[in-house]
Design a protein around this ligand. Structure first.
Ligand code: PCA
Length: 202
């Protein structure tokens, strides 16, 4: 079994992205699966283009997209991607779309095709807090999830895909902001491995 796992570069002027760090820490082989790891630019157009190229080349059985959602109080498994780009800050290449459909005339939304409830359960059982999220936002992560689910629906319907958002790493939060939830890298990696375990079992 081949699983494409992607992550994003830091964005919004930050030095780190937990998804990038976690991707680098994942092994190449996990249980019975080969993990194909791909770091993507945090850019609307380029991230989807590079992910789609990789899916066409690798033809994975599943795709797990990782990104940062600072402020969330655990690892969140996304349920849905919606057909809208609406950015509060420019992406890493300067694009800042407002109320733009991702695909004109495309469906309003696509549901994740990964076993989201089983992933949440597996992450929680590993001792890491996890929840379902019903919005991946309207920025680059939602865009990537929508584009990947759209592509798979058209070209590789047997391949399952979804998105997992990661909370801040402790080193991203300035001292004195003790109320902000953070999760150390080893716990983030443990949670992702538990999610992968659920994907492989499903
Ligand atoms: N998080 C952003 C984009 C890149 C990332 O890691 C998001 O949630 O859209």
């Amino acid at each position: 079994m081949k699983i494409l796992v992607t992550a994003f570069e830091p964005f919004g002027g930050q030095a780190l992205n937990p998804a990038q760090q976690a991707l680098a820490a994942l092994p190449d082989n996990f249980n019975q699966a080969r993990l194909e790891k791909l770091l993507l630019p945090t850019a609307f157009h380029a991230s989807a283009e590079e992910a789609i190229d990789a899916i066409r080349r690798i033809r994975p059985d599943a795709v797990l997209l990782l990104g940062q959602a600072g402020g969330r109080v655990g690892i969140t498994v996304e349920r849905v991607a919606i057909n809208i780009d609406d950015a509060d800050i420019p992406d890493n290449r300067g694009a800042k779309p407002t109320d733009q459909p991702i695909i004109k005339g495309g469906p309003a939304a696509y549901f994740s095709t990964l076993p989201i409830k089983k992933m949440v359960q597996s992450i929680n059982e590993s001792g890491v807090p996890a929840f379902i999220s019903n919005t991946a936002g309207t920025y680059v992560c939602n865009h990537l999830l929508y584009q990947v689910l759209h592509l798979l629906r058209q070209e590789q319907p047997a391949c399952r895909a979804g998105f997992v958002h990661l909370p801040w790493l402790p080193e991203q939060v300035k001292e004195g902001k003790a109320e902000v939830f953070t999760l150390p890298l080893d716990k983030q990696v443990k949670g992702i491995q538990a999610a992968l375990h659920a994907i492989i079992q499903a």
